[in-house]
Ligand binder design. Structure first.
Ligand code: USQ
Length: 382
């Protein structure tokens, strides 16, 4: 398959590109380095410096003999995206080209408009590029479990049947996002749903929980192929932050009461999920929503697990509840359905003590690079 990856320089985009190339697909990535730019502007650099995309592709070629085509460009510019579609004629497009940080989107007006414009324009441009240049191309869109929020009922896989005044119909599951970033993902889903039901596109919308992990099978072959691993308050997801905090000897930053439950996923499982979505595509005129998580934890459970494993490794990990910079429920019901990807064949990698200790060992190798100034939250939902 010819697979185009929008946002191919990102934490998920680059490993996905290598994963598909390693399985014999023809891969092209496009990225405008927005995440690198924001990381510089907000002093939120990744733990290990990562080569730029042409360098990454050259290293990957030297190590594996396989090609990844690279385009540096902004997919919010329709002409740029159109040209890539005309040159590459993708059969699947994986859309990661979004500003992915909830805290960044909550800094102020400039950051909110950047997030809104970037995320929605990228999605709309992709929809039009598919309709005008590759109508058979399937779209695989990274959504987020955060679209649903934390409702006091079970979370279904995208859709819910509602009975009202004696009649029934099926609707998108109600959404209630907790940041402007998450709200743009809700809007993305609405955009996709409009074009799916009106023009018969084929779309998989993957509602992903926070991802953790430093490496994949491909990056294990050469350290220079590692994904960009963030532990700061802007781009770092909670597990990755806790791993670095444990190694740095800084107390784990539990926000508020720590009863916030989310669905988590190992980086390696993201690769599997996206591959399953691509190789078992949604039908024409189908918006297939899959909840992409393998297990749920509260923040307190995560902190306890990292502490237990860190202590066994001689780290003496401390946990400290700090004032929650976000507005979110700190104790709540959470029961998301997530059988769709298992039915497609997902083999989960659970967050066992062995998995945690392997990740801590990897972070220890880069301990000298940790900058503890990036750890405490700088952005408040106020
Ligand atoms: N949290 C802490 N301490 C920290 C960092 C986070 O207690 O030091 C808490 C947060 O308050 C939240 C939970 O951990 O309750 C998860 O936070 P996160 O920063 O790991 O995840 P989030 O901001 O929700 O966003 C991340 C990705 C985003 C993706 C999302 C999936 O950055 O791109 O969409 O995970 S989900 O959370 O399911 O919406």
């Amino acid at each position: 398959m010819r697979i185009l990856i929008l946002g191919g320089d990102g934490y998920l985009g680059w490993p996905t590109a290598m994963h598909f190339a390693a399985r014999g697909h023809e891969v092209c990535v496009i990225d405008n380095y927005l995440r690198r730019l924001i990381a510089q502007q907000t002093q939120s650099e990744a733990l290990m410096p990562t080569p730029d995309l042409p360098e990454r592709a050259a290293i990957f070629k030297a190590v594996t003999g396989l090609d990844i085509k690279v385009k540096i460009g902004d997919v919010t510019n329709y002409r740029t995206l159109e040209r890539v579609f005309m040159d590459f004629a993708p059969e699947a497009a994986v859309h990661y080209a979004e500003q992915p940080s909830a805290p960044y989107s909550m800094i102020g007006y400039d950051e909110a408009t950047l997030t809104l414009n970037n995320n929605l324009n990228a999605t709309l441009n992709l929809i039009f590029a598919v309709m005008e240049h590759a109508p058979e191309c399937q779209i695989i869109k990274l959504g987020t479990m955060g679209e649903y929020g934390t409702p006091n009922i079970d979370i279904e896989e995208g859709w819910i049947e509602i009975e009202h005044n004696g009649r029934k119909d099926k609707f998108l599951y109600p959404r209630a996002a907790g940041s402007l970033y998450h709200t743009t993902k809700v809007m993305d889903t609405d955009l996709l749903w409009f074009y799916v039901r009106t023009y018969g596109l084929r779309v998989s919308d993957l509602m992903q929980g926070p991802v953790y992990g430093l490496s994949t099978a491909e990056s294990d072959q050469d350290e220079r192929l590692l994904p960009n691993f963030h532990y700061d308050d802007i781009f770092g997801t909670v597990v990755n932050r806790f791993l670095v905090q444990a190694v740095a000897g800084v107390p784990l930053t539990v926000y508020g009461k720590g009863g916030q439950v989310r669905g988590y996923l190992n980086l390696r499982d993201t690769m599997q999920c996206v591959e399953l979505a691509a190789t078992k595509p949604a039908g024409r005129g189908e918006l297939r929503i899959l909840n992409q998580l393998t297990e749920t934890f509260s923040v307190n459970q995560l902190a306890d697990n990292v502490k237990r494993v860190g202590d066994q490794m001689g780290l003496n990990v401390k946990i400290e509840a700090i004032d929650n910079p976000r507005k979110e429920k700190e104790e709540h019901y959470y029961n998301p359905t997530h059988t769709g990807l298992l039915d497609l064949g997902l083999q989960p990698t659970y967050m066992s003590d062995e998995v945690l200790s392997a990740m801590i060992s990897q972070v220890i190798k880069h301990k000298d690079l940790i900058d503890t100034k990036m750890i405490l939250p700088r952005v408040r939902w106020k």
